[in-house]
Design a protein around this ligand. Structure first.
Ligand SMILES: [Zn+2]
Length: 408
């Protein structure tokens, strides 16, 4: 991997995923967008062809490349190395995610992340805020996953306020189980403060889930996971959330958490307009991360050679090992999705889910682009342009877009 400083201005033809499908973007030598011109429709290319896209957005990253974010001791240099690994997989914006822990531990872990982000110019740009998954979740086995049930509790505004206070970055998503006492009442309060209320690790019935949506919940966290393997045929929290059009749904498209045929069905129910691909990556994730034992908070997790991450000795999955660029290849291969769908799933919808209205880069923004090239199993990342830096995969010299950089 090579990370180099940008030395000259560049022009990119970007497949934006917005109403104007392609735009010509000039980036100045400092890495900021200088001008944007719409591209004439006649010049538009196939929706599947390799192209330049905006960066991918992942709203649930518990850790990556051997590093767990669920710790009070996260050295800034270690965090910086994770940022580089995420960029190499096309993720330019993300939400570090903390799972359930005792309140004091959660505060210490958020403080450690805050310190690491403050020390990193890259982190300040890439981290949009935090996703806190818990502690107001279902304690029932099969629903709680790798979260420590002992640390779960009824919803408490005081707890959330303690987590929020003094943060350098905001909490953008709080995942909660609506059947836990106090959650339904807490949802409108958090929503008024700009926090997206998400449903997850829940055993709620359809009526309770509907009440949560009416109260202001707008997202399902890794829908289809955080569930027991056996569920009632009709009355279960998965089908209830699939039926709620007021909810975006995050899906882990790794082929492990959700087989591709099942994901196809759920995407049809939820539609691409309301679906999000999220890695739920743990320390065990990443293309260069070996099989072995890792942690997520106090829990040990094991990545097997085939990429499955489990609580050792149990059938329960615990976070994923997948990267965002691999999920892009998966849905393009499994469902013949084009860039329109991919960008909706991996950029536009995740941004909308956290109430970001602007999804296309604007003049003055940092460059935030991925150059994709044809690979054996679908599009591969050749370069990632992020502000003043270019991540360049020297292993893949066939840079179809390389000549664009020399243009004035
Ligand atoms: Zn979870």
């Amino acid at each position: 991997m090579a990370f180099i400083a940008r030395a000259a201005s560049s022009t990119f033809r970007v497949y934006s995923g917005d109403d104007a499908p392609q735009i010509d973007v000039v980036v100045d030598a400092g890495g900021r967008i200088d001008s944007i011109l719409p591209c004439r429709p006649a010049e538009a290319t196939s929706p599947h062809a390799p192209c330049v896209t905006p960066g991918l957005v992942d709203i649930q990253v518990n850790g990556f490349a051997g590093v767990d974010f669920n710790t009070a001791t996260l050295p800034p240099a270690t965090f910086e190395s994770v940022l580089h690994e995420l960029l190499a997989c096309g993720v330019t914006r993300f939400l570090p995610t903390l799972i359930t822990a005792d309140e004091d531990d959660l505060v210490e872990r958020l403080e450690a992340l805050d310190r690491a982000i403050a020390a990193s110019p890259l982190g300040q740009q890439m981290v949009m805020g935090y996703h806190v998954e818990g502690p107001f979740l279902s304690k029932q086995g099969g629903y709680s996953g790798c979260h420590p049930a002992d640390a779960m509790k009824p919803a408490s505004l005081a707890t959330v306020e303690r987590l929020l206070t003094g943060r350098r970055k905001p909490i953008r998503i709080l995942t909660m189980a609506p059947e836990v006492p106090g959650v339904i009442e807490l949802i409108p309060i958090l929503r008024a403060r700009g926090i997206t209320c998400s449903i997850g690790h829940t055993a709620a019935d359809a009526e309770t889930i509907h009440r949560a949506v009416e109260a202001g919940a707008t997202l399902s966290t890794h829908l289809g996971n955080g569930l027991p393997h056996q569920l009632a045929k009709n009355d279960n929290p998965l089908l209830a959330q699939l039926a709620e059009d007021g909810l975006f749904a995050g899906f882990i498209a790794d082929g492990i958490h959700i087989p591709s045929a099942v994901l196809r069905t759920w995407l049809r129910a939820k539609t691409v307009r309301r679906s999000i691909l999220t890695s739920d990556a743990a320390a065990a994730a990443g293309p260069n991360t070996p099989a072995g034992i890792y942690t997520i908070g106090e829990a040990r997790i094991e990545r097997s050679p085939d990429g499955v991450v489990r609580i050792p000795g149990s059938p329960y999955l615990a976070g994923s090992s997948v990267s965002m660029d691999q999920m892009v290849r998966n849905v393009m291969t499994w469902f013949d999705f084009g860039w329109d769908d991919v960008l909706r799933l991996c950029r536009v919808n995740p941004l909308h889910a956290i109430a970001e209205t602007r999804t296309v880069p604007a003049i003055g923004d940092w460059a935030d682009f991925i150059e994709w090239i044809d690979g054996e199993n679908g599009p591969q990342i050749a370069r990632v342009h992020f502000g003043p830096w270019i991540w360049n995969d020297t292993q893949r010299p066939n840079l179809q877009h390389g000549e664009q950089e020399k243009r004035p």
